[in-house]
Design a protein around this ligand. Structure first.
Ligand code: SF4
Length: 442
């Protein structure tokens, strides 16, 4: 019989690869012939039927039982696969109809890794992006104004205990100069980010310096401004809004409370979440974000997306975790580069009208096309070179090479069949969103 005549050069490899065969065989290691049968059975029902006939002819009851069991498994698996495919396509169709997806459906989508399905997921995300934003993409400049922080987040390069961390605090004049250098044509917003720097977190005086900085940047560059200062008191949010800030960004990173406590030791989950609700109260748009690959399950990620929806977050972000030197997580393995892209696509399917960033901060310019293909509609973290400014997830990547620049981004957009939106497109989107948030009474 041809099946048993095949030669597989690495028998141990086959066994290791198909441990299920061993369990089907009552936990006993298989003979070489049984392995051949097993492998061939995977490929064809017809072969296994022939096999059963052949074994019957040789009156070998042990092999016959094994093959019969396996035959049943194959048939069951194929039926399941068919049903799964139907379910998967139905979830995509449901998203296109903009019916709210259940948590189970979001989890199903988040687990997508099979190539054809990933492509279908991304195609659907692209279709929904086009429905709301056509081929237009928003572009944000990023200024990390202080890398000092009083906190000790386990994943963060800038945690207070990390002696390897790059530390600086830019002066007001340095920030203004960098903002002016950044705010050229094509840039829609300037993002002022910092750690919870004790220089600013020292009571009213410190926060007032921050508010004045926001005022000056806003007046000078005449662009919308996002502030990412960490968790600040309610009165400070009000002051930042009065100073002209348009956005407040503050990432929870996970919405699994026990994982949050591990990632952000000593910090208050509810206070962090609540600050984003308060920001809406003062007319600030909000951004919520998660890290992908820090020990969360697909169910946790689905929960995050549901919380983002309940917060009515205006911009929602997922970024793959990048291990950083000198942190407790520096040796953590990040083995699934697709995770971030799948999250982006699933966020687009669940929150189709929101802004979803493709950050240059994780994989640089070379990772931009993939993120846009997954349904992102904002490019973030453009950083001007030669000013000693750092990124967050990646401190240096592509900055001094001037690849986090508007020219580089526009060329990638063109390759993707996309283009930069006008300033008017952006401010119109913001006004509509602010109106919706205010009418919803968030
Ligand atoms: S993630 Fe933010 S709050 Fe946490 S240590 Fe880093 S800069 Fe500080």
């Amino acid at each position: 019989m041809r099946v048993t005549q095949c030669v597989y050069p690495n028998f141990a490899f086959i066994l290791a690869k198909f441990p299920e065969a061993i369990s089907l065989n009552n936990g006993k290691a298989l003979t070489k012939t049984e392995c051949y049968h097993y492998i061939h059975c995977i490929f064809s029902n017809g072969v296994i039927c022939l096999l059963i006939k052949a074994i019957e002819a040789h009156h070998d009851p042990r092999q016959l039982a094994f093959c019969s069991n396996f035959h049943k498994v194959i048939i069951k698996r194929r039926a399941e696969a068919k049903n799964n495919m139907v379910d998967f396509e139905e979830i995509l169709a449901k998203a296109l109809r903009q019916d709210k997806l259940t948590k189970e459906e979001i989890v199903r989508l988040l687990k997508t890794r099979e190539k054809d399905r990933v492509n279908s997921l991304f195609r659907t995300a692209g279709e929904l992006r086009a429905r709301y934003f056509a081929d237009k993409v928003f572009i944000y400049g990023f200024l990390y104004i202080s890398t000092y922080c009083r906190n000790n987040c386990r994943f963060c390069f800038y945690r207070s205990e990390n002696e390897n961390s790059l530390r600086y605090r830019k002066t007001e004049e340095e920030v203004i100069e960098a903002a002016v250098g950044l705010a050229g044509p094509g840039i829609h917003l300037v993002d002022l980010t910092m750690g919870e720097d004790p220089y600013y977190f020292c009571g009213n005086e410190g926060f007032e310096m921050l508010a004045r900085l926001v005022e000056r940047v806003k007046e000078t560059v005449e662009l919308p401004v996002m502030v990412s200062p960490g968790v600040v008191p309610e009165r400070v949010l009000e002051r930042l809004a009065a100073a002209g800030a348009d956005w407040y960004a503050c990432y929870q990173e996970t919405h699994n409370l026990s994982l949050f406590k591990k990632l952000r030791p000593g910090q208050n989950y509810e206070a962090r979440l609540h600050t984003k609700r308060l920001a809406h109260k003062f007319g600030l748009l909000t951004e919520e974000g998660v890290l992908a690959g820090v020990g969360e399950s697909p169910e946790d990620m689905a929960e995050s997306i549901i919380v983002m929806d309940s917060l009515k977050a205006d911009q929602v972000r997922a970024m793959n975790f990048v291990p950083r030197k000198g942190t407790p997580m520096e040796r953590d393995i990040t083995d699934d580069p697709l995770r971030e892209m799948v999250c982006i696509a699933v966020m687009r399917l669940t929150l189709p009208d929101r802004l979803i960033p493709a950050s240059l901060d994780v994989a640089g310019l070379s990772g931009l096309e993939k993120r846009l293909a997954a349904g992102a509609n904002v490019v973030t973290s453009l950083v001007p070179p030669d000013r000693g400014l750092a990124g967050v997830a990646q401190s240096y990547l592509d900055i001094d090479e001037n690849k986090r620049s508007i020219a580089s981004v526009l060329s990638v957009l063109a390759n993707c069949g996309l283009r930069a939106a006008s300033k008017n497109d952006y401010t119109t989107w913001m006004s509509r969103r602010q109106k919706a948030i205010s009418e919803a009474g968030c």
